[in-house]
Design a protein around this ligand. Structure first.
Ligand code: 4AD
Ligand code: MG
Length: 445
């Protein structure tokens, strides 16, 4: 048998005989000449079946291949500028063809399909060029984040998925029956990160997180992946520097590694090329002033209703979008009202109605992609907040104990993978950024 080649490497095999294994993306041609666009997961190449060069029975198979049939093809690679595919520029002249399975009528055809139909066929939809490109970019984004943190001296420390207590609001917890006890699916790994920094200094966790949120927006998933760095002896300003460095590294890596994928999804790369440090840093107070000024200029009643805001209210998607549109790079908004943020966030000294929190809003209407803060490191204040929220001290004993044995100022953040992918890829909904989305109305397939 000849060497099995991955199509992504086709340029290395010019003039050689190779074997490729994959699926028929498309077939065209007439009579004695058939063009098979074959995908193998790594790329796509045009394979040419010419009757004179093949055994008659194998040519007959080539001529009747249906979309998504699986095949093993052996042939000779030859350069041809016009040849389509990824990377393209080379085609394979078929000598032998083995049918693995002749596919049934494939439900996803080149014609338009509705989103619900495609989501119901997600197990097949992931094969389409566009989805292939998005999910490859997702993998690179995750790797770029991890590489950057590893290079900066962070240690990956995994945190549990099954937890005894809430990490964020109690309203979005998923219950799990834990041998007769109630446990919850993790909303965040943060609380454990706070223990781990006292052992390792700078850590991050990366994993699935769960929010039983009755939100049906283009930014909300029930199950999403989050990368959460946490740093001992870190201020809010230093935290913003880290976030900025991480986000720039991610965008840079995607631009460098994925020009082809970005072209497939028709992303305007000029918008991504503009992403460079520093990002603007504005306070919540300033953000509200800006939104109110914008609101005063609006005529459209619906827009006016959506964008109305009083000091003290949390931002909704329209506010975040409007704020982000005032900048062409991501923008930090810091010192949110304490009342709208989580129980563990440090109050601002001398102004406890606001807290040492920071959200990073992505440009082009993508809204919050990162949430972070300085954490309360004072035992009494943290205990008071836990009581006030009615969280019940029992389950938080270990967390409170961290404030008794060498407590230090510390800070951390969580970056949502799907929202980051949606922004980098320019998608209008997070459902395409994760292989199998869990949405309010969907847990299939
Ligand atoms: O702002 P959040 O809720 O922060 C935390 O969970 C902190 N414990 C993180 C930390 O400081 N270690 O979530 C952080 C990010 C958001 O900015 C967003 O990108 C993403 O996680 N996110 C969601 N993504 C998709 N669907 C949802 N329902 C999300 N909720 C949060
Ligand atoms: Mg948040």
């Amino acid at each position: 048998m000849t060497k099995v080649m991955q199509i992504k490497d086709i340029a290395d095999y010019d003039g050689e005989e190779v074997t490729v294994r994959g699926w028929v993306y498309n077939r065209t041609g007439k009579g004695r000449l058939q063009f098979i666009l074959l995908r193998d997961g790594s790329g796509q190449a045009q394979c040419v079946a010419f009757k004179r060069e093949m055994a008659p029975d194998e040519f007959e198979i080539a001529r009747s291949l249906s979309q998504e049939s699986s095949v093993i093809i052996t042939g000779t690679v030859r350069a041809d500028e016009r040849a389509p595919g990824f990377p393209g520029g080379y085609e394979i002249g078929i000598q032998r063809l083995e049918l693995v399975q002749q596919a049934d009528d494939y439900p996803i055809t080149p014609k338009e399909h509705g989103t619900e139909f495609l989501m119901n066929h997600r197990h097949l939809w992931v094969r389409s060029n566009r989805q292939w490109a998005i999910l490859r970019i997702r993998a690179t984004i995750i790797k770029a984040m991890r590489d950057w943190l590893d290079d900066q001296g962070f240690l990956l420390v995994d945190t549990p998925i099954i937890t005894p207590a809430a990490g964020e609001e109690t309203t979005t917890l998923f219950d799990v029956d834990y041998f007769g006890d109630t446990a919850y699916l993790a909303q965040t790994g943060q609380l454990y990160n706070e223990a781990n920094i006292m052992a390792f200094g700078k850590v991050y966790c990366f994993g699935p997180t769960f929010r039983a949120e009755k939100s049906k927006t283009r930014r909300h998933l029930i199950e999403f992946w989050m990368l959460e760095p946490e740093i001992a002896f870190c201020s809010l300003e230093e935290l913003m520097d880290i976030e900025e460095g991480l986000v720039c590294a991610v965008v840079e890596r995607v631009l460098e590694k994925h020009p082809r994928e970005l072209a497939i999804i028709e992303r305007d790369t000029a918008k991504l090329e503009a992403i460079a440090a520093p990002f603007a840093r504005i306070s919540y107070d300033d953000a509200v002033t800006r939104l109110q000024a914008l609101h005063a200029q609006l005529d459209d009643p619906q827009q006016r209703a959506e964008l109305a805001i009083d000091w003290g209210e949390d931002f909704g998607s329209p506010h975040e979008t409007a704020l982000a549109e005032m900048f062409d790079k991501p923008v930090f908004v810091y010192h949110y009202p304490t009342a709208v943020k989580a129980f563990y966030m440090s109050p601002v000294a001398g102004r406890p109605e606001v807290c040492r929190s920071v959200d990073l809003l992505a440009p082009e209407g993508y809204g919050e992609i990162i949430g972070g803060s300085e954490r309360i490191h004072d035992l009494d204040l943290l205990a008071k907040n836990i009581d006030q929220m009615g969280l019940g001290r029992e389950a938080y004993q270990w967390y409170l104990e961290l404030r008794r044995f060498g407590s230090v100022p510390h800070a951390g953040f969580g970056i949502g993978i799907e929202r980051t992918v949606a922004w980098v890829c320019g998608l209008n909904h997070v459902r395409e950024t994760i292989p199998y989305a869990r949405l309010l109305n969907r847990k299939y397939p």
